[in-house]
Design a protein around this ligand. Structure first.
Ligand code: DP6
Length: 326
């Protein structure tokens, strides 16, 4: 049977940076995120008799060898879990160009797992889907459930999965993803994280992350935008401090990133309620409430060096779709 799934990318308010178990992708800490409406992946999977390997293609682009190998490795994990023997034809498409700088591994692995599970015609719970997606790429487990999501770190594989804290309609937030550099990441998240223990700041990060998690849970519960913003900004700076103090150090920001960080603080002084967060790259996510989107975009217009911006609202999690890609 052929099945298609759509899964969103997500932005973390409390970040995942560092693994307790590299192979299983068990994280050092729990994290909390929001699914993104404008950055998603659509994937069609069909298990086919007669294939001697997985046949993987991406619409409008090309997977390199290591990407194909990572997809096949994940398909092996799925096959073992579901008891499927056949290799699969896999076709995938991103809503954003790979070069746009939006995370594609989260949406990519979430869509792959959901489509493969449906194609297998087995009954698979949301928790299992999230757990399986995590093994492909840690942050992908957060793209399975709806809306605002927590990934519980867990001590073993079955305990490390994400669940929805609130559905996407719960809070009308925006994530304006500001693209300042559309080149591919210089250092992948997986490679960067392997060196996390070389940072003298890691322990300080892990000591403070529980408070950040509590604050973000509280901020979501009470729709307290200031608490959410202050916590998420500090969290992003905290994670980047660890990255910058690893050996060798990783500097993901560029001069336009810095200019936006500086401007956001100025805009708040001017009364525009907006905060930033940044993942493993130079692009900046501006988080505001829906009612302030226009004012933030107006302010952003004055920043030199912005290539484009992608406006996201909170989105539902991975789901089945009827239009197949082949
Ligand atoms: C900085 O999930 O891409 O975006 O598990 O190695 O595939 P792997 O890492 P990945 O890491 C995401 C890191 C981050 C922070 C976050 O999204 O929590």
């Amino acid at each position: 049977m052929k099945a298609t799934a759509i899964a969103p990318s997500n932005i973390a308010f409390v970040k995942y940076w560092g693994k307790a178990d590299e192979k299983l992708r068990l994280p050092l800490n729990s994290s909390i995120s929001m699914n993104l409406s404008a950055a998603f992946t659509t994937t069609t999977v069909e298990f086919q008799k007669g294939l001697s390997r997985d046949d993987t293609t991406i619409v409008g682009g090309a997977f390199d060898e290591s990407e194909c190998a990572r997809v096949s490795k994940q398909m092996d994990v799925i096959r073992t879990h579901l008891g499927v023997k056949e290799f699969a034809k896999v076709v995938t498409q991103n809503s954003f160009p790979k070069s746009a700088g939006a995370a594609s591994s989260a949406s990519g692995f979430a869509a792959l797992v959901m489509a493969a599970a449906k194609a297998s015609e087995k009954v698979v719970s949301e928790k299992e889907l999230s757990m399986l997606a995590r093994i492909g790429s840690g942050s992908a487990c957060r793209s399975i459930p709806d809306g605002f999501v927590e990934w519980k770190k867990g001590e073993k594989s079955e305990e490390s999965y994400a669940f929805s804290l609130y559905p996407h309609e719960y809070w009308d937030l925006r994530d304006i993803l500001v693209i300042v550099d559309s080149d591919r990441k210089k250092i992948s998240t997986s490679a960067g994280m392997e060196l996390v223990r070389t940072s003298p700041f890691l322990q300080a990060r892990l000591d403070s992350v529980e408070v950040s998690l509590t604050n973000v849970r509280q901020a979501l519960k009470n729709k307290d935008f200031e608490l959410l913003g202050v916590t998420m900004e500090a969290e992003a700076i905290n994670m980047h401090s660890v990255m910058m103090t690893q050996v060798p150090p990783i500097f993901y920001w560029n001069s336009v990133t810095m200019e936006i960080i500086r401007s956001v603080h100025e805009w708040r002084v001017d009364g525009v309620e907006v905060y930033f967060t940044i993942d493993a790259g130079p692009n900046v996510h501006l988080i505001c409430e829906g009612k302030n989107e226009k004012r933030v975009l107006e302010k952003l217009n004055d920043v030199v060096g912005v290539k484009k911006s992608i406006i996201n609202s909170p989105a539902c999690g991975a789901h089945e779709a009827q239009d197949h890609l082949f």
